[in-house]
Design a protein around this ligand. Sequence first.
Ligand code: ATP
Ligand code: MG
Length: 581
Amino acid sequence: MRLSSYYIPTLKEDPADAEVMSHKLLMRAGMIRKLTSGIYSYLPLGLRSINKVARIVREEMDRAGAMEVSLPMVQPADLWVETGRWDYYGKELLRVKDRHGRDYCLGPTHEEVITDLVRGEIKSYKQLPINLYQIQTKFRDEIRPRFGLMRGREFIMKDAYSFDKDDEGAEKSYWKMFEAYKAAFSRIGLCFKPVQADSGAIGGDFSHEFMVLADTGEDTIASCKSCEFGANLEKAKVAQPQGVCHCDAEQTSAFEEVETPDARTVDEVCAYLNIKSDQLIKTLLLKVDGKEPVLALIRGDRELNAIKLRNLVGGNEIEMADEALVKDLTGAPVGFAGPVTLSKNIRTFADHELCTKSDWVTGANKADTHYRHVSLGRDCEIDKFADLRVIEETDVCPECGKEIEFTKGIEVGHVFRLGTKYSEKMDATFLDENGKAKHLVMGSYGIGVSRIVASAIEQNHDENGCIFPPPIAPFEVALISLGGKDEAVTAKAEELYDIISKLNIEVAYDDRKERPGVKFADADLIGYPMQLVLGGKGLKNGIVEAKDRKTGEKTELPLDDFVEAFTAWREEIWAKWGLDM
Ligand code: ATP
Ligand code: MG
């Protein structure tokens, strides 16, 4: 490609609305342009990168035996009504009407469509397993589209769906995808980690997110410093506390009322009673699916993990009870609820560490009043002690007991076991070996193709611009000619351009009539992993200068033995990225 005739509208300034580096650099390097909030056009360079990611993903999906399809983006509402998601999916689903007034949505994901596609067509266990995937534009009306390609409303996703005859098969399909993802992300050149993620009502350990490690990530990951353990914070188990159960401790005196005028928050109560926050139990009154109230008890200095609670109580959505409900159920204003003397009809869950101690302070369900010397087993009815809180960095690894650390991550992929959730709702069955109708056991697997390009930049950039991993760089090599009016240099540069092109290596040949400084700055900004610079002096000395964009290291390649020297140097660069060519 000749830069003199290529469309790369670079920008000198960062766009005002860009907060993260990938967004700034993708805009400045002329790779994307915003059409409207969360909706971007991909320009030639940007699209090349996206297509390279897609190609690697496609190759790994094919290798794993998945088959590519292309499903419609416009989906009829009826299918979503069948699964209940027309109501449940909420405002992220962009709904439209056709000229006859019929409802449709723009596909944010394709479980309904794919299940509809195979139901009735997969008739026998002999046709299973299968895995179908596509790489396609998705639309999600995100509440806060931001960070450019990171969280768009329109974005490119690879989504795959597996169908098996039983759980055992589904498990195999799951791990096959897991391995395919590892292979794809490694080939792309990303530094990533698969972490345990929430698997919702399905339960079990069949949900993993693939996280690209970067400070700008929106997710927090708890990882063990010693073993393989890694989990999204919303999933991370907290190790079962050691020691005996003190719930029924005999030594604690009977609970008694204590006045706490106007002290509602943990801090206020602790200050008033002169106790530490780990001596108090926080009582949270919540509502499941807008109806059933439940109580969650956690230590005063801890944070409730609402997802763990939701998985425990069942139901879709958990929210804090409003003031009126608190008043109605406890007879007291907000801030004084407690598990003692509360109606027995409310299901009560306590974090498992509350079992290791007795003598707690809790709310007394009475204005300006708390109880002290509360012993949970003795004074309250707890339906279940369970892991309910958010893990903290000072906690130990739930798997090996050693130190953990928190890091930020960008979710670039998600593998998920669906079970029969969709096949039951949509009645997608097959006949098993005994001629009995069974529901298909499904899995779904997503990769954020466009988000990967942004993540790669988040992970690899400097003050001068992007530093693309070679496999997904828009062009692998920049050839910068400093010829100007020197025809000998120009002729040699043309020759090198020809040689590299014939090696089937993608090269961006900067043949523009620009100052050297402009050419260097543009090459750095766009982030071609390899740069070759040919000038008058070099030509005289029989060399072309070669720069590794990642390390900044420069070497000289001999012109008379160019192909061999260049090929060896290129191999070295890939190796520095930890990549095979
Ligand atoms: P997130 O928590 O980031 O919203 P998600 O859980 O909604 O992601 P999935 O439904 O699992 O995502 O979609 C599969 C993949 O698609 C994600 O792993 C992510 O890489 C990508 N993705 C999801 N939403 C967006 C978006 N708004 N913009 C770009 N990529 C996205
Ligand atoms: Mg989302």
